[in-house]
Design a protein around this ligand. Structure first.
Ligand code: TYD
Length: 136
């Protein structure tokens, strides 16, 4: 079976002289059903969020406002995705270590999640993440 990889996904963008509109339908524009939405905001300059992987949870991250970087680590290699528009986002399958950093002033990160909050689903220790070898 082909393993799922992090992926930038373009969303619909309805352009209008009154302003643009984008939207997300679960299992249509993103490959999972939405169980939870959270957002990250008022991030002080230089702060880093994330620093963990999920065992099962899938996520889709959109920069609703401003910009930030999402750094994805598969245990061997690191790839950085710059999010700076609200008409696309980053899909992250389970098993990838992620950090979010370089938040611009007033940036707003919306995260759609496939699961309700569960601390048991977090891997917060990078050594444990590497040992598990989820995506090597
Ligand atoms: P965490 O996921 O570690 O934040 P980030 O990855 O953005 O740096 O969560 C920070 C705290 O918030 C942690 O104590 C768990 C709590 N939390 C919830 O209670 N519900 C949620 O939906 C999320 C995402 C976090």
């Amino acid at each position: 079976m082909k393993k799922k990889m992090p992926l930038l996904i373009n969303l619909p963008k309805i352009e209008d002289y009154r302003g643009n509109l984008s939207f997300i339908e679960e299992k249509e524009h993103i490959p999972f059903g939405i169980e939870r939405i959270y957002w990250i905001y008022d991030v002080p300059g230089g702060q880093v969020r994330g620093g963990h992987a999920f065992k099962e949870q899938e996520e889709f991250i959109v920069a609703l406002s401003g910009s930030f970087d999402v750094v994805i680590d598969n245990g061997e290699r690191i790839k950085t995705f710059h999010l700076n528009r609200s008409y696309y986002g980053l899909y992250i399958p389970p098993g990838f270590w992620r950090q979010m950093k370089d938040f611009s002033t007033n940036s707003l990160a919306m995260v759609l999640s496939s699961m309700k909050y569960s601390e048991e689903d977090y891997i917060r220790d990078h050594d444990e993440f590497k040992l598990r070898g989820l995506h090597e």
